[in-house]
Design a protein around this ligand. Structure first.
Ligand SMILES: NCc1[nH]cc(CCC(=O)O)c1CC(=O)O
Length: 318
């Protein structure tokens, strides 16, 4: 038995959504380890300050990189990340491991319209209308169904994105965001249309908060084990093994979702799109071989590659 740590310092980005997530982790730690104190250490990442194209700054890994470095240096004891923001094309930083995942929240993407807009669904937008969305995965799936719409990149904090939508400054008719993110900001009331999983397959890791720690930190790992949600961990493992195997880059429209059936059997669905969604690979398989999540992830990946996922990924510049 390793000893219970006296204090766990929780590293997080300074953004409102991120600090909310860190508070959630702190509360869980205190519940399961009442003798452990928690402290939240915030950090403003380069990616938060940058309003341009993330790929040019070094990819989406920048949201997690600085916090991970603090964790490696021992300046914090855990790092809290949205699993959606953890890069799938590179291994975890040296010496770090995810010790816990919180139970997965709503994975749906939703559509918001400017305050006072007449519209309440993407289908009814006029041709040429501009939809704000930063994720290439969302762009591909919007254009697959509505190639006549325009999709424009939007960056910055989610709260300020919604403010910009309401001001009408960019001529945006709609904006696509995740339900989980809006909930964390208390903005779920702004979600006008919930996109079905057929219309919009979510990102790998959507709705999952991960808690990372140093691989050799036994006491902290012990606490994280107690707050870990086993079902979420299995689903996420399947999704991320698929993602790693596809070796996508940060401009790769890749979607994936694993769910656990009532009997515990996993089912994983993965999709890879061309930039405008006109072409895609699609696979859905059930867990076999003892229902091993990693095996399932590798099988779905292999099926996507067989359907030409590699060409789709390489066909998009990065
Ligand atoms: N892309 C940024 C990001 N990373 C995680 C979330 C929200 C939480 C989640 O969906 O897991 C968001 C905001 C959004 O996509 O609206």
């Amino acid at each position: 038995m390793s000893s219970t740590p006296e204090l766990i310092r929780i590293g997080t980005r300074a953004a409102p959504m991120a600090t909310f997530q860190a508070e959630q982790v702190a509360a869980l730690i205190r519940k399961h380890a009442p003798d452990t104190r928690t402290e939240i250490v915030t950090h403003t990442t380069e990616a938060d300050k940058w309003q341009g194209d993330l790929a040019r700054l070094g990819g989406k890994g920048l949201f997690t990189k600085a916090i991970d470095e603090k964790l490696q240096r021992g300046q914090v004891d855990v790092a809290v990340h949205c699993m959606k923001d953890v890069p799938g094309d590179q291994p975890l930083p040296e010496g770090l491991i995810f010790g816990a995942y919180l139970p997965r929240e709503d994975v749906h993407d939703v559509v918001l319209f400017p305050n006072g807009s007449d519209h309440s669904s993407l289908e009814h937008l006029p041709p040429g209308a501009v939809v704000a969305s930063s994720a290439v995965r969302r762009k591909a799936q919007i254009l697959r169904d509505r190639p006549d719409l325009q999709v424009e990149r939007v960056r910055g904090l989610v709260g300020s994105r919604v403010e910009r939508l309401d001001k009408g400054a960019h001529g945006w008719s709609a904006m696509v965001l995740s339900m989980a993110g809006l909930r964390r900001l208390g903005l779920e009331g702004r979600a006008e249309q919930v996109l079905s999983l057929e219309e919009m397959l979510p990102a790998v890791g959507a709705g999952v908060i991960g808690v990372e720690c140093r691989r050799d930190d036994g006491p902290v790992l012990g606490v994280l084990q107690q707050i870990n949600d086993e079902k979420t961990m299995k689903e996420l493992t399947a999704e991320r093994v698929m993602l790693h195997g596809l070796r996508g880059h940060c401009n790769s429209p890749i979607a994936g979702r694993c769910v656990t059936g009532p009997d515990g059997q996993l089912v994983l669905r993965g999709m890879v799109f061309s930039r405008e969604g006109a072409h895609f690979a699609h696979a859905q398989l059930w867990g076999e071989d003892g229902n091993d999540p990693a095996v399932l992830g590798a099988r779905v990946c292999a099926e996507l590659l067989r359907q030409g996922a590699r060409d789709l990924i390489m066909g998009i510049p990065h």
